[in-house]
Design a protein around this ligand. Structure first.
Ligand SMILES: Cc1ncc(COP(=O)(O)O)c(C=O)c1O
Length: 376
């Protein structure tokens, strides 16, 4: 049997809850399971408001609408991220300014922010890569000093912490992903975390097609109407039912992933040091949620052979982001080779090992053996 990179199967009562949602007569958004998910996230993270969305991409799009991003506004992003981080703002006419990443955590290099700031900068969007925190003290101080909002792209980082505080609780807004590759998933899904209370009411309106329907359902107005721009960003309660079943398994999911991650790190440390391979760096003040186990191989040629070697042993490993400034869209915004040298190098070197909620001990051993057998 091959060792899958990811295996998104139920781990708790997901199927029972989906059936309950189907039988409840409430399968549109904001039903009983959505409310349970909101409460779970709000209480766990201790934040004023969480709204489930249809994806992290949509939570980021909502952020751009909430911040009234206008054509010509500049937004600072790490170069090493998923397209949605940037696209959500470019859709509103924003101009992306890419910052290179730190060679240790692969997060936005806060020491380079000063090179990208301008009077047109409206926001900074740090991405906590693999759920290891960006240097949030420096980023928040810099953003405050320059009047820029911070939107955390926390797609990987639910339950990760920086200096003891949960990721997703620093910026005015933060976006979560519940795509099937994430620790907690419902296939496709996300959430917007609203930390700035001044944005709460409008967040509900934007998510509900620009109407005040949420206030109507709470009995705060006697009819609902069109009050602002918006779109349809709320997921069906069937998806929320699946997601709540996953949240209930927090301890199991996190301890399983932690054990896999620790097993890989312990078994591969010496091999990595001997062969010029880097394992993930987790600074002492960061707790990560065991979302991803990646390695940096010496170069693209070795990585290509490494992935093929693992595949020949039935082990599915994958690479990750390409430098955004060198994509077709990135070049249209002026990106040139050499602009972000760390991203350009790392994107050729990085490989992710299988890590999911159901990976067995025997499968972990297969992965480790295949890695140790790689002929450099
Ligand atoms: C950093 C980052 N942001 C955003 C997304 C988009 O997430 P979604 O598929 O939930 O829209 C991803 C996807 O994995 C991601 O890696």
């Amino acid at each position: 049997m091959p060792v899958d990179f990811n295996r998104p199967l139920p781990v708790g009562r997901e199927q029972e809850y989906v059936l309950q949602a189907l039988q409840s007569g409430h399968i549109s958004g904001d039903g009983p399971f959505t409310k349970k998910c909101h409460t779970w996230l709000q209480e766990t993270l201790d934040v004023p408001q969480v709204l489930l969305t249809t994806s992290c991409t949509h939570a980021l799009e909502m952020s751009a609408l909430l911040l009234n991003i206008q054509p010509g506004d500049e937004i600072i992003f790490p170069d090493f991220t998923f397209v949605s981080t940037v696209n959500a703002f470019v859709l509103r006419g924003a101009i992306p300014k890419f910052v290179d990443i730190r060679p240790d955590t692969l997060n936005l290099d806060e020491s380079l922010l000063a090179n990208r700031i301008s009077p047109r900068t409206r926001a900074i969007v740090p991405v906590h890569y693999a759920g290891v925190a960006c240097e949030m003290d420096a980023i928040m101080d810099f953003a405050t000093a320059h009047g820029a909002a911070v939107v955390e792209d926390n797609a990987h980082g639910l339950l990760g912490r920086y200096k003891g505080r949960y990721l997703g609780t620093f910026g005015a807004l933060a976006a979560q992903s519940f795509h099937e590759t994430k620790n907690f998933s419902c296939g496709e899904g996300g959430a917007l975390i609203v930390n700035d209370p001044a944005l709460k009411d409008r967040a509900e309106i934007i998510r509900e097609k620009g109407t005040n329907r949420s206030r109507f359902f709470r009995g705060q107005v006697d009819k609902y109407t069109w009050v602002d721009v918006g779109s349809s960003y709320l997921p069906s309660d069937i998806l929320a039912a699946y997601l709540y079943g996953q949240f209930e398994q927090r301890e199991r999911i996190q301890s399983q992933r932690r054990s896999t991650w620790d097993t890989y790190a312990a078994a591969l440390g010496e091999w990595a040091a001997r062969n010029g391979v880097s394992l993930p760096t987790v600074p002492a003040h960061c707790e990560h949620p065991y979302h991803m186990f990646y390695m940096l191989l010496p170069d693209l040629d070795v990585r290509t052979r490494f992935i093929a070697h693992l595949r020949s042993r039935g082990v599915y490993a994958v690479f990750h982001y390409l430098p955004l400034h060198l994509s077709d869209m990135g070049r249209r915004f002026g990106g040139r080779p050499g602009d972000c040298p760390v991203t350009e190098k790392v994107s050729d070197q990085l490989v992710r090992l299988p890590l999911h909620n159901l990976l067995t001990g025997a499968e972990q051993e297969e992965v480790i053996e295949a890695v140790l057998d790689f002929p450099f």
